[in-house]
Design a protein. Structure first.
Lengths: 272, 266
Protein backbone atom coordinates (compact mmCIF):
# COMPACT_ATOMS: atom_id res chain seq x y z
CA UNK A 1 0.00 0.00 0.00
CA UNK A 2 1.27 3.47 -0.86
CA UNK A 3 1.17 5.66 2.24
CA UNK A 4 -0.11 9.23 2.37
CA UNK A 5 2.81 11.57 2.07
CA UNK A 6 3.47 15.24 1.43
CA UNK A 7 5.68 16.78 -1.23
CA UNK A 8 8.31 17.80 1.33
CA UNK A 9 8.50 14.18 2.43
CA UNK A 10 8.90 13.04 -1.17
CA UNK A 11 11.81 15.49 -1.66
CA UNK A 12 13.48 14.20 1.54
CA UNK A 13 13.09 10.64 0.30
CA UNK A 14 14.60 11.49 -3.10
CA UNK A 15 17.57 13.17 -1.36
CA UNK A 16 17.97 10.16 0.94
CA UNK A 17 18.07 7.80 -2.03
CA UNK A 18 20.98 9.77 -3.53
CA UNK A 19 23.11 9.12 -0.44
CA UNK A 20 25.65 6.30 -0.55
CA UNK A 21 26.61 4.48 2.60
CA UNK A 22 29.88 5.60 4.16
CA UNK A 23 30.23 8.88 2.31
CA UNK A 24 30.77 12.29 3.91
CA UNK A 25 27.82 14.67 3.63
CA UNK A 26 27.77 18.44 3.99
CA UNK A 27 24.79 20.47 5.04
CA UNK A 28 24.43 24.18 4.48
CA UNK A 29 22.61 26.98 6.26
CA UNK A 30 18.82 26.65 6.62
CA UNK A 31 18.45 23.46 4.56
CA UNK A 32 16.11 21.25 6.65
CA UNK A 33 14.90 19.21 3.65
CA UNK A 34 18.49 18.13 3.06
CA UNK A 35 19.15 17.43 6.72
CA UNK A 36 15.97 15.34 7.00
CA UNK A 37 16.96 13.44 3.83
CA UNK A 38 20.44 12.73 5.20
CA UNK A 39 19.06 11.52 8.53
CA UNK A 40 16.61 9.29 6.66
CA UNK A 41 19.50 7.76 4.70
CA UNK A 42 21.38 7.21 7.96
CA UNK A 43 18.40 5.40 9.51
CA UNK A 44 17.77 3.25 6.43
CA UNK A 45 20.38 2.25 3.85
CA UNK A 46 23.39 4.38 4.84
CA UNK A 47 24.19 3.90 8.56
CA UNK A 48 27.86 4.80 8.10
CA UNK A 49 27.56 8.32 6.65
CA UNK A 50 29.32 11.17 8.40
CA UNK A 51 27.93 14.72 8.51
CA UNK A 52 29.81 17.99 8.25
CA UNK A 53 27.76 20.95 9.40
CA UNK A 54 27.65 24.65 8.64
CA UNK A 55 26.58 25.12 12.26
CA UNK A 56 29.82 25.08 14.18
CA UNK A 57 31.87 23.47 11.42
CA UNK A 58 31.60 20.16 13.23
CA UNK A 59 31.88 16.55 12.09
CA UNK A 60 29.22 14.18 13.40
CA UNK A 61 28.38 10.52 13.02
CA UNK A 62 25.10 10.78 14.91
CA UNK A 63 21.95 12.68 14.08
CA UNK A 64 19.16 14.12 16.20
CA UNK A 65 15.64 15.38 15.48
CA UNK A 66 15.56 18.66 13.56
CA UNK A 67 15.30 21.83 15.63
CA UNK A 68 15.31 25.59 15.14
CA UNK A 69 16.16 27.02 18.57
CA UNK A 70 18.43 24.16 19.60
CA UNK A 71 20.08 23.28 16.31
CA UNK A 72 23.50 23.62 17.97
CA UNK A 73 22.64 20.73 20.29
CA UNK A 74 22.64 18.43 17.27
CA UNK A 75 25.93 19.61 15.88
CA UNK A 76 27.97 20.64 18.91
CA UNK A 77 26.58 18.23 21.48
CA UNK A 78 27.19 15.15 19.37
CA UNK A 79 30.27 16.09 17.38
CA UNK A 80 33.14 13.66 16.84
CA UNK A 81 35.33 16.67 16.25
CA UNK A 82 34.93 20.42 16.44
CA UNK A 83 36.64 22.27 13.65
CA UNK A 84 36.54 25.99 13.16
CA UNK A 85 35.12 27.42 9.96
CA UNK A 86 38.52 28.30 8.49
CA UNK A 87 39.67 24.73 9.11
CA UNK A 88 36.51 23.36 7.51
CA UNK A 89 36.88 25.61 4.46
CA UNK A 90 40.66 25.65 3.95
CA UNK A 91 41.77 22.28 5.29
CA UNK A 92 38.90 19.87 4.84
CA UNK A 93 36.56 20.57 1.93
CA UNK A 94 38.96 19.78 -0.89
CA UNK A 95 40.26 16.55 0.61
CA UNK A 96 36.88 15.17 1.74
CA UNK A 97 34.62 16.63 -0.99
CA UNK A 98 31.47 15.89 1.00
CA UNK A 99 28.29 15.47 -1.06
CA UNK A 100 26.24 18.65 -0.82
CA UNK A 101 22.78 19.65 -2.02
CA UNK A 102 22.70 23.30 -3.00
CA UNK A 103 19.52 25.33 -3.38
CA UNK A 104 19.88 27.71 -6.33
CA UNK A 105 18.11 31.07 -6.49
CA UNK A 106 18.25 30.68 -10.29
CA UNK A 107 19.59 27.80 -12.39
CA UNK A 108 20.19 27.58 -16.16
CA UNK A 109 19.85 24.51 -18.45
CA UNK A 110 23.46 23.47 -17.78
CA UNK A 111 23.33 23.70 -14.00
CA UNK A 112 25.01 27.07 -13.68
CA UNK A 113 23.40 28.89 -10.78
CA UNK A 114 22.95 32.16 -8.93
CA UNK A 115 22.46 33.04 -5.26
CA UNK A 116 23.38 36.75 -5.41
CA UNK A 117 20.42 38.69 -6.85
CA UNK A 118 17.35 38.35 -9.08
CA UNK A 119 16.08 40.81 -11.67
CA UNK A 120 17.26 44.31 -12.50
CA UNK A 121 20.99 44.93 -12.43
CA UNK A 122 23.72 44.08 -9.94
CA UNK A 123 23.76 47.62 -8.51
CA UNK A 124 19.95 47.95 -8.49
CA UNK A 125 18.51 44.44 -8.25
CA UNK A 126 14.82 43.59 -7.94
CA UNK A 127 15.79 41.34 -5.06
CA UNK A 128 19.10 40.93 -3.29
CA UNK A 129 19.62 37.34 -2.10
CA UNK A 130 21.59 36.30 1.02
CA UNK A 131 24.75 35.34 -0.89
CA UNK A 132 26.45 32.21 -2.17
CA UNK A 133 28.20 31.02 1.02
CA UNK A 134 30.96 28.74 -0.19
CA UNK A 135 29.36 27.73 -3.50
CA UNK A 136 31.70 29.74 -5.75
CA UNK A 137 34.66 28.23 -3.88
CA UNK A 138 33.86 24.58 -4.49
CA UNK A 139 32.07 24.46 -7.87
CA UNK A 140 35.41 24.67 -9.67
CA UNK A 141 36.56 21.22 -8.51
CA UNK A 142 33.95 19.48 -6.37
CA UNK A 143 33.06 15.95 -7.48
CA UNK A 144 29.69 15.73 -5.69
CA UNK A 145 27.54 18.77 -6.47
CA UNK A 146 23.78 18.10 -6.16
CA UNK A 147 20.73 20.39 -6.19
CA UNK A 148 17.29 20.68 -4.67
CA UNK A 149 14.56 23.15 -5.59
CA UNK A 150 11.55 23.06 -3.25
CA UNK A 151 9.40 25.41 -5.38
CA UNK A 152 9.86 24.67 -9.07
CA UNK A 153 9.05 27.74 -11.19
CA UNK A 154 10.09 29.73 -14.24
CA UNK A 155 11.64 32.26 -11.84
CA UNK A 156 14.12 29.60 -10.70
CA UNK A 157 14.71 27.64 -13.94
CA UNK A 158 15.83 30.37 -16.35
CA UNK A 159 17.41 30.52 -19.80
CA UNK A 160 19.93 33.09 -18.68
CA UNK A 161 21.15 33.84 -15.17
CA UNK A 162 21.22 37.34 -13.73
CA UNK A 163 24.52 36.48 -12.04
CA UNK A 164 26.81 33.44 -12.13
CA UNK A 165 27.95 32.45 -8.62
CA UNK A 166 27.98 28.64 -8.93
CA UNK A 167 29.35 26.72 -11.90
CA UNK A 168 27.51 24.08 -13.86
CA UNK A 169 28.66 22.33 -17.01
CA UNK A 170 30.49 23.93 -19.94
CA UNK A 171 33.54 25.50 -18.30
CA UNK A 172 37.19 24.83 -19.15
CA UNK A 173 37.89 23.16 -15.81
CA UNK A 174 39.25 19.64 -16.36
CA UNK A 175 38.96 18.65 -12.68
CA UNK A 176 35.31 19.66 -12.31
CA UNK A 177 32.71 17.07 -13.38
CA UNK A 178 29.82 19.53 -12.90
CA UNK A 179 26.51 18.96 -11.11
CA UNK A 180 25.01 15.47 -11.15
CA UNK A 181 21.42 15.64 -9.96
CA UNK A 182 18.48 17.88 -9.12
CA UNK A 183 15.26 17.14 -7.26
CA UNK A 184 12.37 19.60 -7.23
CA UNK A 185 8.81 19.40 -5.97
CA UNK A 186 7.84 18.22 -9.48
CA UNK A 187 10.50 15.70 -10.53
CA UNK A 188 14.07 14.43 -10.65
CA UNK A 189 16.68 15.52 -13.18
CA UNK A 190 20.20 14.64 -14.29
CA UNK A 191 22.74 16.58 -16.37
CA UNK A 192 23.54 13.91 -18.93
CA UNK A 193 22.03 15.75 -21.91
CA UNK A 194 24.18 17.17 -24.68
CA UNK A 195 26.96 19.33 -23.22
CA UNK A 196 25.76 18.62 -19.67
CA UNK A 197 22.22 19.79 -20.27
CA UNK A 198 19.59 19.11 -17.60
CA UNK A 199 17.12 16.30 -18.41
CA UNK A 200 13.93 15.20 -16.73
CA UNK A 201 14.50 11.67 -15.43
CA UNK A 202 11.33 11.15 -13.40
CA UNK A 203 8.09 13.02 -12.76
CA UNK A 204 6.59 12.80 -9.28
CA UNK A 205 3.30 10.90 -8.86
CA UNK A 206 0.34 13.01 -10.03
CA UNK A 207 2.61 15.51 -11.83
CA UNK A 208 2.43 15.63 -15.63
CA UNK A 209 5.44 16.18 -17.86
CA UNK A 210 3.43 19.02 -19.46
CA UNK A 211 3.20 20.77 -16.08
CA UNK A 212 6.96 20.46 -15.52
CA UNK A 213 7.63 21.88 -19.00
CA UNK A 214 5.28 24.78 -18.28
CA UNK A 215 7.03 25.59 -14.99
CA UNK A 216 10.52 25.50 -16.53
CA UNK A 217 11.83 28.64 -18.23
CA UNK A 218 13.79 26.81 -20.94
CA UNK A 219 12.99 23.90 -23.30
CA UNK A 220 13.13 20.77 -21.20
CA UNK A 221 15.16 17.77 -22.37
CA UNK A 222 13.80 14.34 -21.47
CA UNK A 223 15.76 11.26 -20.46
CA UNK A 224 15.12 8.21 -22.67
CA UNK A 225 14.15 6.19 -19.58
CA UNK A 226 11.71 8.78 -18.25
CA UNK A 227 9.51 7.26 -15.53
CA UNK A 228 7.43 8.06 -12.48
CA UNK A 229 9.31 8.78 -9.22
CA UNK A 230 8.93 5.81 -6.87
CA UNK A 231 6.85 7.10 -3.93
CA UNK A 232 8.05 7.00 -0.30
CA UNK A 233 7.55 3.78 1.61
CA UNK A 234 5.49 3.63 4.78
CA UNK A 235 8.68 3.20 6.79
CA UNK A 236 10.29 6.30 5.25
CA UNK A 237 7.24 8.44 6.00
CA UNK A 238 7.06 7.06 9.53
CA UNK A 239 10.74 7.83 10.21
CA UNK A 240 10.44 11.38 8.86
CA UNK A 241 7.35 12.18 10.92
CA UNK A 242 8.16 10.39 14.16
CA UNK A 243 11.94 10.21 14.49
CA UNK A 244 13.62 12.75 12.26
CA UNK A 245 11.41 15.81 12.17
CA UNK A 246 8.35 15.63 14.41
CA UNK A 247 7.98 19.44 14.30
CA UNK A 248 7.74 19.47 10.49
CA UNK A 249 10.59 21.96 10.01
CA UNK A 250 11.31 20.45 6.58
CA UNK A 251 7.98 21.80 5.33
CA UNK A 252 9.16 25.42 5.72
CA UNK A 253 11.14 25.14 2.51
CA UNK A 254 8.16 24.20 0.34
CA UNK A 255 5.84 26.89 1.76
CA UNK A 256 5.78 30.61 1.05
CA UNK A 257 3.94 33.72 2.22
CA UNK A 258 1.29 33.54 4.93
CA UNK A 259 1.26 29.73 5.08
CA UNK A 260 5.00 29.68 5.75
CA UNK A 261 4.66 32.34 8.44
CA UNK A 262 1.90 30.35 10.15
CA UNK A 263 3.92 27.14 10.06
CA UNK A 264 7.03 28.86 11.41
CA UNK A 265 5.09 30.39 14.31
CA UNK A 266 3.55 27.01 15.11
CA UNK A 267 6.96 25.28 15.14
CA UNK A 268 8.48 27.95 17.39
CA UNK A 269 5.58 27.72 19.85
CA UNK A 270 5.75 23.94 19.95
CA UNK A 271 9.49 23.99 20.50
CA UNK A 272 9.41 26.31 23.52
CA UNK B 1 52.91 40.21 29.76
CA UNK B 2 49.48 39.62 31.30
CA UNK B 3 47.60 42.90 31.60
CA UNK B 4 44.19 43.38 33.13
CA UNK B 5 42.03 44.66 30.27
CA UNK B 6 38.64 44.75 31.96
CA UNK B 7 36.65 47.81 31.05
CA UNK B 8 33.07 48.98 30.57
CA UNK B 9 30.93 48.39 27.53
CA UNK B 10 30.77 52.14 26.89
CA UNK B 11 34.56 52.47 26.85
CA UNK B 12 35.02 49.37 24.72
CA UNK B 13 32.59 50.71 22.12
CA UNK B 14 34.53 53.99 22.04
CA UNK B 15 37.41 52.04 20.52
CA UNK B 16 35.42 51.85 17.29
CA UNK B 17 35.99 54.85 15.01
CA UNK B 18 33.90 56.23 12.15
CA UNK B 19 34.84 54.41 8.94
CA UNK B 20 36.40 51.38 10.65
CA UNK B 21 36.24 47.83 9.37
CA UNK B 22 34.35 46.16 12.21
CA UNK B 23 34.29 42.38 12.50
CA UNK B 24 31.62 40.56 14.51
CA UNK B 25 32.47 37.17 16.03
CA UNK B 26 30.19 34.15 16.12
CA UNK B 27 28.01 32.97 13.24
CA UNK B 28 24.57 33.87 11.88
CA UNK B 29 22.31 33.50 14.95
CA UNK B 30 24.87 31.99 17.28
CA UNK B 31 27.04 33.73 19.92
CA UNK B 32 26.80 37.19 18.39
CA UNK B 33 27.97 40.27 20.35
CA UNK B 34 24.46 41.75 20.61
CA UNK B 35 25.06 43.77 23.81
CA UNK B 36 28.01 45.42 22.07
CA UNK B 37 25.94 46.17 19.00
CA UNK B 38 23.27 47.78 21.20
CA UNK B 39 25.84 50.14 22.75
CA UNK B 40 27.39 50.82 19.34
CA UNK B 41 24.02 51.91 17.95
CA UNK B 42 23.52 54.13 21.03
CA UNK B 43 26.86 55.79 20.37
CA UNK B 44 26.02 56.04 16.66
CA UNK B 45 29.48 55.33 15.22
CA UNK B 46 28.85 55.10 11.50
CA UNK B 47 30.25 54.63 8.00
CA UNK B 48 31.40 51.17 9.06
CA UNK B 49 32.57 48.34 6.85
CA UNK B 50 30.97 45.32 8.45
CA UNK B 51 32.98 42.11 8.14
CA UNK B 52 31.24 39.00 9.34
CA UNK B 53 31.51 35.42 8.14
CA UNK B 54 27.74 34.96 8.11
CA UNK B 55 25.51 37.93 8.94
CA UNK B 56 22.10 37.89 10.58
CA UNK B 57 20.20 39.61 13.43
CA UNK B 58 23.01 41.73 14.93
CA UNK B 59 24.29 42.80 11.51
CA UNK B 60 20.77 43.55 10.31
CA UNK B 61 20.25 45.91 13.25
CA UNK B 62 23.47 47.78 12.42
CA UNK B 63 22.49 48.02 8.76
CA UNK B 64 18.94 49.12 9.61
CA UNK B 65 20.29 51.75 12.02
CA UNK B 66 22.22 53.25 9.11
CA UNK B 67 25.70 52.68 10.55
CA UNK B 68 26.99 50.40 7.80
CA UNK B 69 28.26 51.64 4.43
CA UNK B 70 29.73 48.37 3.20
CA UNK B 71 28.97 44.74 3.99
CA UNK B 72 31.51 41.95 3.59
CA UNK B 73 29.90 38.57 4.27
CA UNK B 74 29.28 35.29 2.47
CA UNK B 75 25.67 34.97 3.69
CA UNK B 76 23.30 37.64 5.02
CA UNK B 77 20.02 36.12 6.11
CA UNK B 78 17.95 34.85 9.01
CA UNK B 79 18.24 31.08 8.37
CA UNK B 80 14.79 29.47 8.94
CA UNK B 81 13.32 32.94 9.57
CA UNK B 82 13.84 34.02 5.97
CA UNK B 83 15.61 36.98 4.44
CA UNK B 84 17.32 39.57 6.66
CA UNK B 85 14.71 42.32 6.40
CA UNK B 86 16.78 45.51 6.59
CA UNK B 87 19.77 44.23 4.63
CA UNK B 88 17.51 42.91 1.88
CA UNK B 89 15.59 46.19 1.69
CA UNK B 90 18.65 48.47 1.69
CA UNK B 91 20.85 46.28 -0.52
CA UNK B 92 18.00 45.93 -3.03
CA UNK B 93 17.64 49.72 -3.03
CA UNK B 94 21.39 50.11 -3.52
CA UNK B 95 21.69 51.96 -0.20
CA UNK B 96 24.26 49.64 1.31
CA UNK B 97 27.21 48.47 -0.76
CA UNK B 98 27.98 44.76 -0.78
CA UNK B 99 31.57 43.67 -1.22
CA UNK B 100 30.98 40.10 -2.37
CA UNK B 101 32.69 37.52 -0.20
CA UNK B 102 32.57 33.75 0.07
CA UNK B 103 33.61 31.29 2.74
CA UNK B 104 37.04 31.00 1.13
CA UNK B 105 37.63 34.70 0.46
CA UNK B 106 37.04 35.52 4.13
CA UNK B 107 38.90 32.59 5.68
CA UNK B 108 41.84 32.65 3.25
CA UNK B 109 41.91 36.47 3.55
CA UNK B 110 42.17 36.29 7.34
CA UNK B 111 44.78 33.54 7.12
CA UNK B 112 46.84 35.74 4.79
CA UNK B 113 46.90 38.41 7.50
CA UNK B 114 47.89 35.81 10.11
CA UNK B 115 50.73 34.61 7.88
CA UNK B 116 51.85 38.16 7.09
CA UNK B 117 51.41 37.75 3.34
CA UNK B 118 49.33 39.76 0.88
CA UNK B 119 47.09 36.91 -0.29
CA UNK B 120 46.35 33.22 -0.10
CA UNK B 121 45.68 31.24 -3.28
CA UNK B 122 42.47 29.26 -3.64
CA UNK B 123 40.65 27.19 -6.25
CA UNK B 124 37.35 29.08 -6.20
CA UNK B 125 35.76 31.94 -8.12
CA UNK B 126 37.26 31.29 -11.58
CA UNK B 127 34.67 31.59 -14.38
CA UNK B 128 32.11 33.19 -12.01
CA UNK B 129 30.78 36.75 -12.11
CA UNK B 130 32.30 37.40 -8.67
CA UNK B 131 35.55 38.39 -10.37
CA UNK B 132 33.64 41.00 -12.41
CA UNK B 133 32.19 42.72 -9.35
CA UNK B 134 35.41 42.34 -7.33
CA UNK B 135 38.00 43.68 -9.81
CA UNK B 136 40.41 44.06 -6.89
CA UNK B 137 40.64 40.25 -6.66
CA UNK B 138 43.29 38.96 -9.09
CA UNK B 139 44.41 35.62 -10.44
CA UNK B 140 47.91 34.34 -9.78
CA UNK B 141 49.98 31.77 -11.67
CA UNK B 142 51.26 28.67 -9.91
CA UNK B 143 55.05 28.90 -10.28
CA UNK B 144 55.27 25.08 -10.20
CA UNK B 145 52.68 24.31 -12.89
CA UNK B 146 50.65 26.11 -15.53
CA UNK B 147 47.59 26.41 -13.27
CA UNK B 148 46.10 29.69 -12.18
CA UNK B 149 44.42 30.38 -8.85
CA UNK B 150 42.49 33.19 -7.27
CA UNK B 151 44.65 35.31 -4.97
CA UNK B 152 42.31 36.07 -2.07
CA UNK B 153 43.56 39.39 -0.65
CA UNK B 154 44.49 39.70 3.03
CA UNK B 155 41.74 40.99 5.33
CA UNK B 156 42.69 42.96 8.42
CA UNK B 157 39.75 44.33 10.45
CA UNK B 158 40.30 47.49 12.51
CA UNK B 159 38.24 46.13 15.39
CA UNK B 160 36.88 42.66 16.11
CA UNK B 161 34.25 41.99 18.77
CA UNK B 162 33.75 38.48 20.04
CA UNK B 163 31.23 37.29 22.57
CA UNK B 164 32.46 34.44 24.80
CA UNK B 165 30.97 32.22 27.49
CA UNK B 166 33.84 32.97 29.81
CA UNK B 167 36.88 35.21 29.77
CA UNK B 168 39.65 36.10 32.16
CA UNK B 169 40.86 39.67 32.68
CA UNK B 170 43.64 39.14 30.12
CA UNK B 171 41.24 38.25 27.33
CA UNK B 172 41.69 34.49 27.16
CA UNK B 173 38.24 33.22 26.22
CA UNK B 174 36.09 30.07 26.22
CA UNK B 175 33.70 29.97 23.26
CA UNK B 176 31.60 26.87 23.86
CA UNK B 177 32.32 24.84 20.73
CA UNK B 178 30.91 26.89 17.84
CA UNK B 179 34.26 28.49 17.02
CA UNK B 180 33.24 30.33 13.82
CA UNK B 181 36.23 32.37 12.55
CA UNK B 182 37.00 33.79 15.97
CA UNK B 183 40.58 32.55 16.38
CA UNK B 184 41.47 34.28 13.11
CA UNK B 185 39.65 37.46 14.15
CA UNK B 186 41.50 37.65 17.48
CA UNK B 187 44.86 37.14 15.74
CA UNK B 188 44.20 39.19 12.62
CA UNK B 189 42.48 42.35 13.82
CA UNK B 190 44.15 45.59 14.95
CA UNK B 191 42.04 45.74 18.11
CA UNK B 192 40.08 42.95 19.75
CA UNK B 193 37.23 43.31 22.21
CA UNK B 194 35.96 40.30 24.15
CA UNK B 195 32.53 40.50 25.74
CA UNK B 196 31.72 37.55 27.98
CA UNK B 197 28.84 36.11 29.93
CA UNK B 198 31.20 36.06 32.90
CA UNK B 199 34.67 37.39 33.54
CA UNK B 200 36.52 35.21 36.06
CA UNK B 201 39.93 35.66 37.67
CA UNK B 202 41.13 32.29 36.44
CA UNK B 203 39.66 30.03 33.75
CA UNK B 204 38.98 26.48 34.92
CA UNK B 205 38.80 25.17 31.35
CA UNK B 206 41.09 25.59 28.38
CA UNK B 207 40.65 28.78 26.37
CA UNK B 208 39.64 28.66 22.68
CA UNK B 209 41.22 32.01 21.93
CA UNK B 210 44.19 33.57 23.69
CA UNK B 211 44.27 37.10 25.01
CA UNK B 212 47.66 38.24 23.78
CA UNK B 213 46.19 40.50 21.09
CA UNK B 214 43.04 41.44 23.02
CA UNK B 215 42.50 45.14 23.75
CA UNK B 216 39.49 45.11 26.08
CA UNK B 217 37.42 42.65 28.13
CA UNK B 218 33.84 43.43 29.14
CA UNK B 219 31.46 41.42 31.28
CA UNK B 220 28.13 41.26 29.44
CA UNK B 221 25.74 38.70 30.95
CA UNK B 222 23.14 37.55 28.41
CA UNK B 223 25.22 39.56 25.96
CA UNK B 224 24.39 37.40 22.97
CA UNK B 225 20.61 37.32 23.44
CA UNK B 226 18.40 36.80 21.49
CA UNK B 227 21.09 34.86 19.60
CA UNK B 228 22.38 31.76 21.37
CA UNK B 229 25.35 31.25 23.65
CA UNK B 230 25.79 27.49 23.53
CA UNK B 231 25.42 25.66 25.89
CA UNK B 232 24.31 28.41 28.30
CA UNK B 233 21.18 29.43 26.40
CA UNK B 234 19.58 28.56 23.06
CA UNK B 235 18.45 30.86 20.31
CA UNK B 236 15.38 32.89 21.34
CA UNK B 237 13.48 31.95 18.22
CA UNK B 238 10.28 33.75 19.23
CA UNK B 239 12.22 37.02 19.52
CA UNK B 240 13.94 36.56 16.14
CA UNK B 241 10.55 35.87 14.57
CA UNK B 242 9.16 39.00 16.25
CA UNK B 243 12.05 41.03 14.80
CA UNK B 244 11.49 39.75 11.27
CA UNK B 245 7.72 40.25 11.40
CA UNK B 246 8.02 43.71 12.96
CA UNK B 247 10.44 44.81 10.25
CA UNK B 248 8.31 43.30 7.51
CA UNK B 249 5.41 45.47 8.63
CA UNK B 250 7.62 48.57 8.52
CA UNK B 251 8.26 48.52 12.27
CA UNK B 252 12.08 48.58 12.37
CA UNK B 253 12.20 52.02 14.04
CA UNK B 254 9.86 50.86 16.82
CA UNK B 255 11.83 47.65 17.30
CA UNK B 256 15.10 49.57 17.46
CA UNK B 257 13.75 52.01 20.04
CA UNK B 258 12.67 49.14 22.27
CA UNK B 259 15.94 47.27 21.68
CA UNK B 260 18.03 50.30 22.69
CA UNK B 261 16.17 50.65 25.98
CA UNK B 262 17.28 47.22 27.19
CA UNK B 263 20.13 47.18 29.68
CA UNK B 264 22.49 44.30 30.40
CA UNK B 265 20.63 43.49 33.65
CA UNK B 266 17.42 42.91 31.65
Amino acid sequence: MIPDYTVDELICVCISRQVEDGEPLAQGIATPLVMAGYLLAKLTHAPNVVFGSAIGGTICAEGAPLSIARIEDIWLGRAISLTSFPRAVCDLLFRLQPKEFFRPGQIDPYGNFNNIFMGGSYRRPNLRLPGCGGIADVTTYHSRVYFYVPRHSRAVFVKKLDFLSGLGHGHPLPDYPGPHYLVSNLGQFDFKGEGGRMRLVSYHPDVSVEKIKKRTGFPLALSPDLHETPPPTAEEVHLLREEIDPLGIRELETLSGARRRRKLREIIEREQ
Amino acid sequence: MMINKVTTLTEAVELVREGDMLALGGMTLYRRPVAFVRELIRQGTGNLTLLTFTASFASDLLVGAGLVSRVRSCYFGMEAFGLAPMFTRLATAGQVKVIEETEASITFGLRATLAGVGFMPGQGWVETDLLKVRPDVKLVGDPYSDRRYVAFPAIKPDVAVIHARLADPYGNAVLGGNLAVDWELTMGSEQVIITAERVVDKLEERADTVGLRVTAVVEAPAGAKPTSCYPDYPLDSAEILRYVETCNSDGFEDYLEEFLELRIED
